[in-house]
Structures are given as structure tokens and as C-alpha cells.
Design a protein around this ligand. Structure first.
Ligand SMILES: C[S@@+](CC[C@H](N)C(=O)[O-])C[C@H]1O[C@@H](n2cnc3c(N)ncnc32)[C@H](O)[C@@H]1O
Length: 257
């Protein structure tokens, strides 16, 4: 079964100007008062959760496993007149591709659960190596604790209306495996005049990543100031523990003298 990340064009069909503005406001909220001038996103994909930062004056760097997603990110950045340094890299091997420190190192788009829980601390350590003393490590993620508790199986998106009167629907069906991992089955349907004329399906395999594993990992790496917020962060009515998505921002200790 194809990976969605080989079809960056389809992945991006959910992205709208409204979502771009929401993401921009999210980052304004998260980074308010924080001296973040440079940021590396180690799972930047096609840049949906990161490119708005360029408009906020942040110097952007991005890496990802998927060349197709990076290509699309580069094209979108160019269209908007943003300069982004993009490199192909597995986030388990960042040391092979980066050797400078950033004000913030991020993994956006629920990407850490692509690796088994046992490897997550190594990924955080790889990210931490690139955070300057006093800088920040940021992760956003689905609320896997909630997914486990509710045993939710279907995740539905509102229809998206594309050009030429085409309506797109996306349904996700989540399968649970005995080893605790999950497969997300994604079905996109495209319809015109009440007839489905195209279907695209993809499978994504995840290792559910509970809050405790993430927060304990950060604490083991010496992070003490750790904030949890909803995604988007300006949603005050919901607690991060109850939201479908949340993010974690952790400040690295200043170097001891
Ligand atoms: C859901 S997408 C998120 C992309 C982007 N951050 C966004 O929010 O639109 C997940 C991304 O993680 C990337 N990814 C998965 N495993 C990875 C790994 N081991 N190293 C680096 N990137 C990885 C995929 O290629 C994909 O672009």
C-alpha cells in the first residue's frame, strides 16, 4: 500500500488559507516572549505546520525522510518568498546532517510515533544535541492516551470543496494490533455531481506514544521547564489532556559555568 508521503499533492488538499492562519496564530501564542529566531523542524513534511513561522520572522530549517514532501515544501516556500534550508534526514540520524545549534528544534505533525516507543528517547536526544543552551525543544502530537482510552476507530474530516465543483471526503479507520501498534487506513474519495470518480487509499503505521513516555524522556534529558498546550494553543476552553492534539514546549537548561 502506498505511503501518503509519496503523494504530497493529496496530503496537501486539506491545507487551506484558514488553516495556515490558525497555525500562524498557534505559533504566535506558543512563542510569545520567547527568543526564538532560528528553528529546525525535523519532520517538516510539506511545511504546513512550519512555514507560517517564516512570516513571523523566524529563520527556518527543515528535514524529513520523504523527498517528495520536502520538494513540495520547497515549492510552497518559494511561492511565498520564504527561504528555508531543507535537507533529507531520518530524525534518528540528525547528527549526520546538522552540526549547528538552533533556538528551537521541533518535530511537528504527530511524527515521533512513526518510531517504536523504545527509540523515542534516542530521537529526543538527537534533537536535544541541536538545541542551544537555554533554547527549546517542541513536539506536537495526537493525544494517544485519549485514543487508547476511548478505543476510537473512525476519524472523520469535514468535506473539502476543491476547484471544478469537486468535493473531497477523508475518512480514517484505525486498526489496533496485538503488539500495541496501530494502522491508520486513510480513504480519500473525490466526487462530482453526486458521483465518486476517484478513490485514493493509504496506510500509515504508528506506535502510540503516551504523554508519560514523552514527558519522562524530556525529564531524563534534563528538561525542567516543560509546558503542555493544546494544538492550536489559543484554544483555551479545552485542557491539553482532553484535546485531540497537543504540543509540548520544553526549555533546555542554560550551560553551567
Ligand atoms: C503527518 S506528516 C507531518 C508533516 C508536517 N510536519 C505537517 O504537519 O504537515 C509526518 C511526516 O513525518 C515524516 N517522517 C516519518 N518518519 C520519519 C523519520 N524517521 N525521520 C524523519 N521524518 C519522518 C514523514 O515523511 C512525514 O513528512
Amino acid at each position: 500500500m502506498a505511503s501518503l508521503y509519496d503523494r504530497a499533492d493529496i496530503y496537501d488538499l486539506l491545507e487551506t488559507e484558514k488553516r495556515y492562519q490558525i497555525t500562524k496564530r498557534h505559533w504566535e501564542t506558543v512563542l510569545a516572549g520567547k527568543p526564538v529566531k532560528t528553528l529546525l523542524d525535523v519532520s517538516i513534511g510539506s511545511g504546513n505546520l512550519t512555514l507560517p513561522l517564516a512570516e513571523l520572522g523566524v529563520e527556518l530549517y527543515g528535514s524529513d525522510l520523504s523527498g517528495e514532501m520536502l520538494k513540495r515544501c520547497g515549492e510552497k516556500a518559494e511561492k511565498k518568498g520564504f527561504s528555508v534550508d531543507l535537507r533529507t534526514s531520518d530524525f534518528r540520524r540528525l547528527d549526520e546532517n546538522f552540526d549547528t545549534a538552533f533556538d528551537c528544534v521541533a518535530s511537528t505533525g504527530n511524527s515521533l510515533p512513526y518510531v517504536p516507543n523504545g527509540e523515542v528517547l534516542d530521537v529526543l536526544a538527537q534533537m536535544d544535541r541541536l538545541v542551544r543552551p537555554g533554547g527549546y525543544l517542541y513536539v506536537d502530537i495526537r493525544n494517544w492516551d485519549k485514543i487508547r482510552e476511548t478505543k476510537q476507530r473512525f476519524y472523520l474530516y469535514n468535506p473539502t470543496f476543491l476547484d471544478d465543483g469537486v468535493r473531497m471526503n477523508l475518512v480514517q479507520v484505525w486498526d489496533r494490533h496485538e503488539d500495541g501498534s496501530m494502522t491508520f487506513n486513510l480513504l480519500y474519495t473525490f466526487e462530482r455531481e453526486n458521483k465518486i470518480f476517484q478513490k485514493e487509499s493509504f496506510e500509515e503505521h504508528y506506535f502510540p506514544l503516551g504523554r508519560r513516555v514523552l514527558l519522562d524522556g524530556l525529564e531524563q534529558l534534563g528538561y525542567k521547564e516543560i509546558e503542555m498546550m493544546c494544538l492550536p494553543a489559543f484554544q483555551e476552553a479545552v485542557k491539553p489532556e482532553e484535546a485531540d492534539w497537543y504540543c509540548v514546549l520544553a526549555r533546555k537548561q542554560e550551560a553551567s559555568t
